[in-house]
Design a binder for this molecule. Structure first.
Ligand code: 48H
Length: 261
């Protein structure tokens, strides 16, 4: 076979822009490709929803690749073990209720399941703003403003593009970056005790793990928070390298939004 470079170029441009065009009107847009975002993308795509995930970095996976302190093992508790197993990851019991898994295998498996189920993943793409509109008298986020991460990193003055979505999920982890932008640029009140982002507290794994799921909520019309961002938004604790809460939060947000759609 003789390889024609022009066909390679045309194939990449054609297939990418087909994918991008199919995401201009999404059911769900996920911001951040860590474990919570990937799990939500997997479950929503599997439920037949048109879902896209936007990740700033070249690699999706967020904080899961490195396990604890770069030691590539993660821990999940009883309640979340089945999610990893369903994704095809081998888990082994360390002590009753505590399971370990290879962090690289777990991250790769979640990414594989999400893309295999049909989630559209855009790596190297930063969400830099939201689209806020009044719908039936209520202000609501109805879309995302996205840009190429290299543009953002090089601080080039290049305008972004815009996608609409019925729901957005804030999965940017500790930084709650998308929510911070929503609050900074607009006079809005969140569904938190103070009406703003409460901020993350120091380590308390037990409470934090339960709270990650408890605080996986719609925090503003059209915006759900999941994973570490849910904890940080509602003023809960960090939990270290136990990842069950992230996975359970991803499942929970997917089921809740799927039920609303
Ligand atoms: C596009 C963005 C943007 C943006 C950020 O941090 P993550 O892994 O998030 P979670 O919540 O799925 O998992 C949290 C977990 O990794 C963790 O940090 C834990 C358990 N910590 C406990 C502790 O005690 O420290 O992933 C968030 C992703 C990252 O990949 C970012 O690059 C990405 O979001 N991101 N993507 N547009 N504006 N901001």
């Amino acid at each position: 076979m003789i390889i024609d470079e022009r066909i390679v170029t045309e194939a990449i441009a054609g297939s990418f822009f087909e994918k991008f065009k199919s995401c201009i009107d999404l059911d769900v847009a996920i911001v951040g490709g860590g474990p919570s975002g990937l799990t939500a993308a997997w479950r929503l795509a599997r439920a037949g929803r048109n879902v896209a995930l936007f990740e700033r970095k070249l690699s999706i996976g967020g904080g899961m690749w490195g396990g604890g302190m770069t030691w590539t093992s993660i821990v999940v508790q009883n309640e979340a073990k089945g999610i990893l197993e369903e994704a095809g990851v081998a888990v082994s019991e360390y002590k009753p209720g505590y399971y370990t898994a290879d962090s690289v295998a777990a991250t790769a498996a979640l990414a594989y399941q999400a893309t295999k189920a049909g989630a559209h993943v855009f790596n190297c793409t930063s969400v830099e703003d939201v689209v806020l509109r009044e719908v039936d008298g209520v202000r609501r986020v109805i879309g995302l403003v996205v840009n190429s991460s290299p543009v953002e990193i090089a601080r080039l003055h290049v305008d972004p593009l815009v996608l609409h979505c019925r729901y957005a999920i804030e999965c940017t982890g500790h930084d709650t970056e998308m929510l911070k932008t929503l609050v900074r640029k607009n006079d809005v009140k969140l569904n938190t005790p103070s009406g703003v982002i409460e901020g993350e507290q120091s380590m308390w794994a037990d409470v934090a793990e339960a709270n990650t799921v408890r605080y996986t909520q719609e925090v503003f019309p059209g915006v759900w928070v999941a994973g570490m961002a849910a904890n940080a938004t509602f003023g809960s604790y960090r939990m270290g390298p136990i990842f069950g809460g992230m996975l359970l939060s991803g499942v929970h947000v997917a089921e809740a939004i799927d039920a609303l759609l």
